[in-house]
Write a protein of this length. Structure first.
Length: 404
C-alpha cells in the first residue's frame, strides 16, 4: 500500500476529532469570552473559600484535583491550537511546532530559575548527564515518531495500538526498578487497555512500517513518563528544575529531527505563514509549556501511571459527555468501550496502591551481588508515602545514578 501524501493527516487533527473538541469550541464561542471569564473566576473564588475551611486531608486532595484540572485544560488547548495552526493555517511542520513548545519551556524555565528564583538548582546537579540525554531523546522521539503512523495506518488501528501504552509503562517501571506494580494494578491497567482498544475498534490495516513507528512512539512516551517520575518523585526534583535541565536537551534532539522537515519548509516557504501569524506561533509555544509544567506537577503529585490513566479517562469522558449533552454521534462499540474504561479508571483510583519496592522482591541473586556495582534506579531519598502494606520501604542509597 502506498502511503498517502505527506501531511495529509496529523496527530493533532486526529486527536481533535477523536475528543470532539469542535463541539466544545462551539460552546465556548456561544457563551462568549466574558461569560467564561466570569464563570472561571467564580469557580476559583469558591475553591479558594473551600480550601481555607477544609481539613489538611481535603486540602491535599484539592491541590491534586487542581493540578489534574489544569492538565485536563492545558492538553486539549494545545491540541486545538496546533490543529488550527497546522491544518487551518497550512503550517504543515509538526516537528517545528513541537520545537516551539520545547523552546518556550526552555526559556520560561530558565527565567523562573535565574530571574525569579522560583526553583533553586539543588537535586538536579546530582543526576547523571546520561539520564537527561536519554530523557530528552525519549521526549523528542515520542513527538516525532508519533506523526508517521498516520501516513501508513488507519486512524482506528492507530488508536487501538495507542491503547496499550499503559502496558508498556508497567513493563518499564518493573524493568527499570522504579516500581513493582501489584497484580491488582496490572489487571486493572490491562482492563483499561482492552477497553480503550474496544472503543477504538475499526478497520485494521496492517502495515509493518506504520506499526513499528507507532510502537516506537508509544515506548518512547512511556520511557519519558517513567524517567520523569524517577526524577520528580524518587529524586524529588522541583518540576521547574526538571524542565530546566531536560527541555534544552529535548530541543537539541528536535533540532536534529528538523533536518527531515527543512527541505519541504524551504521549498514551500513555510516561514511566510509564521510571519503572517506570529501570535498563533506564540500561542502554540505557550500552550506547549503549560502542558509540560502541568504534566510535571501532576506526575510529582501522583505518578506517571496515574497521569496516563487520567489522560485516557479524560478522552473517554469528553466523548461520552459530547454524546449525551451535545448531540454528537458515537457508535455502540465506542459507548461500551469508553464506559468500561471509566469503570476501570475508577477501580484504579480507589484501589490501594500495593506497588512493591525493590527490597521486597525475593531474589537470591541480589543477596550475592557485587557490593561495588551501582544499583540502577534506586531512589535517592525516602518517598513521602507511609510504610507499604507488605513491609517497610528500603533505606535510601545516596549518590546513586541511573543506569540505562
Amino acid at each position: 500500500m502506498a502511503p498517502p501524501p505527506p501531511h495529509a493527516v496529523t496527530r493533532e487533527v486526529v486527536l481533535s476529532g477523536h475528543m470532539r473538541l469542535s463541539s466544545y469550541t462551539r460552546v465556548l464561542q456561544d457563551f462568549g469570552l466574558i461569560s467564561w471569564c466570569l464563570i472561571v473566576a467564580s469557580v476559583i473564588a469558591a475553591v479558594c473559600m473551600c480550601y481555607t475551611r477544609c481539613t489538611p486531608a481535603w486540602r491535599n486532595f484539592m491541590v491534586t484535583f487542581f493540578y489534574a484540572a489544569l492538565y485536563f485544560v492545558a492538553s486539549p488547548t494545545a491540541i486545538l491550537v496546533n490543529k488550527i495552526l497546522m491544518k487551518d493555517m497550512g503550517f504543515h511542520y509538526p516537528v517545528l511546532v513541537s520545537s516551539l513548545g520545547q523552546a518556550t519551556t526552555m526559556v520560561l524555565a530558565a527565567a523562573a530559575v535565574h530571574v525569579f528564583s522560583v526553583a533553586p538548582l539543588k537535586e538536579g546537579r546530582r543526576v547523571s548527564f546520561t539520564t537527561y540525554i536519554v530523557l530528552g531523546a525519549a521526549s523528542a522521539l515520542a513527538m516525532v515518531l508519533g506523526q508517521f503512523p498516520y501516513l501508513y495506518l488507519t486512524v482506528a488501528f492507530i488508536q487501538m495500538l495507542k491503547s496499550f501504552s499503559p502496558a508498556y509503562m508497567v513493563v518499564l517501571l518493573y524493568v527499570l526498578r522504579i516500581e513493582y506494580p501489584s497484580r491488582r494494578t496490572v489487571l486493572i491497567v490491562l482492563g483499561l487497555c482492552l477497553s480503550a482498544a474496544l472503543a477504538s475498534a475499526g478497520e485494521v490495516n496492517f502495515h509493518l512500517v506504520g506499526i513499528l513507528f507507532m510502537v516506537s512512539a508509544s515506548i518512547s512516551d512511556a520511557m519519558r513518563l517513567v524517567l520523569s517520575q524517577w526524577l520528580l518523585k524518587n529524586l524529588k526534583l522541583n518540576p521547574i528544575e526538571a524542565l530546566y535541565y531536560t527541555s534544552p536537551i529535548t530541543c537539541l534532539w528536535l533540532v536534529a529531527a528538523l533536518a527531515f522537515e527543512w527541505p519541504s519548509l524551504a521549498r514551500e516557504r513555510g516561514w511566510r505563514i509564521g510571519a503572517e501569524h506570529p501570535l498563533m506561533l506564540m500561542a502554540s509555544g505557550v500552550s506547549g509549556f503549560f502542558v509540560n509544567i502541568t504534566g510535571s506537577l501532576l506526575v510529582k503529585r501522583t505518578s506517571s501511571m496515574t497521569l496516563k490513566t487520567m489522560t485516557m479517562a479524560r478522552n473517554a469522558g469528553l466523548v461520552l459527555f459530547s454524546a449525551v449533552c451535545m448531540g454528537e454521534t458515537i457508535t455502540a462499540l465506542e459507548c461500551c468501550g469508553y464506559t468500561l474504561l471509566l469503570v476501570f479508571f475508577i477501580a484504579y483510583t480507589f484501589s490501594p496502591k500495593e506497588s512493591l519496592t525493590r527490597s521486597q522482591q525475593p531474589s537470591s541473586s541480589e543477596d550475592h551481588a557485587d557490593p561495588h556495582e551501582s544499583a540502577p534506579l534506586q531512589p535517592l531519598n525516602m518517598p513521602e508515602s507511609p510504610i507499604d502494606e507488605d513491609g517497610p520501604l528500603a533505606p535510601p542509597k545516596p549518590h546513586t545514578t541511573i543506569k540505562v
